[in-house]
Ligand binder design. Structure first.
Ligand code: NI
Length: 194
C-alpha cells in the first residue's frame, strides 16, 4: 500500500523534453474556483500530458513548493504533483517521494481532525489554520497510468487533501474557521516561532 519509489523514477519523463516554468495563478484568478476535468486514461501517455507533468514538477520545485495542482497553472485537468520532505513528515519522518497523481479520489479513514497552518502558491505570502482529516486513503493513476493506492497520515494526508481540493476549485482560506484570520507569513512566524 505504501508508495516507495526511487527519486529518479520519473527520469523517463525527461527524455527529449526540456521542461519549462509555468506561471502560477493567484487567488484573483477565477479559474482557481472551477472544477477540473478528469484526464482520459488514453491521454496520459500523450506528449501534451507528459510535458505538462514535467512543467508542473519544474514549476513546483522552482517556486519553491511541495505540491502543485494543474488548475494552478491554469489547466483544468485532474493532475497533482507533490512530495513531502523528510523534515516535514511528522508521521514516518522519511518523507514521501515525488508523486504524480492523476484523477485522484480521497477517502477519510477516521473522524480525527487536526489543525495546522497551511500555505499555498496561489495565496502568496499567507498562512492559515485549516482543520483536516488526519488519516486518508488516496487512489489514482501515476504518470505511467499505473494505479496508486496509498494510506497517508499527518502532513502527507494534509498535503494530498490540499492539492485534491484545488481540483474541485477549493482554496484553503475558504475552509478556515470564522474566528481564525488569514495571517501574513511574518504574523505566522511570530505566532508559531518558525
Ligand atoms: Ni495550494
Amino acid at each position: 500500500m505504501s508508495l516507495r519509489r526511487d527519486t529518479d523514477a520519473l527520469a523517463h519523463l525527461t527524455t527529449g523534453y526540456e521542461p519549462k516554468l509555468l506561471e502560477i495563478a493567484d487567488d484573483s484568478d477565477p479559474l482557481l474556483l472551477k472544477v477540473s476535468e478528469p484526464v482520459p486514461v488514453e491521454e496520459i501517455a500523450c506528449s501534451e500530458t507528459q510535458h505538462l507533468i514535467r512543467d508542473m514538477i519544474k514549476t513546483m520545485y522552482a517556486a519553491p513548493g511541495i505540491g502543485l495542482a494543474a488548475p494552478q497553472v491554469r489547466i483544468l485537468r485532474r493532475i497533482i504533483v507533490f512530495y513531502l520532505p523528510a523534515a516535514r513528515d511528522d508521521v514516518n519522518k522519511s518523507g514521501v517521494p515525488l508523486t504524480v497523481l492523476i484523477n485522484p479520489n480521497v477517502m477519510f479513514l477516521d473522524d480525527n481532525k487536526v489543525s495546522d497552518y497551511e500555505g499555498c502558491l496561489s495565496v502568496p505570502g499567507k498562512r492559515g489554520l485549516v482543520s483536516r482529516a488526519n488519516k486518508i486513503r488516496y487512489r489514482g493513476l501515476n504518470e505511467r497510468g499505473e494505479p496508486i493506492d496509498v494510506i497517508a497520515e499527518g502532513w502527507h494526508a494534509r498535503l494530498v487533501q490540499h492539492e485534491f481540493d484545488h481540483l474541485n476549485g477549493i482554496l484553503y482560506p475558504s475552509l478556515m474557521a470564522q474566528e481564525d484570520k488569514l495571517l501574513t507569513v511574518d504574523e505566522w512566524k511570530a505566532l508559531t516561532g518558525k
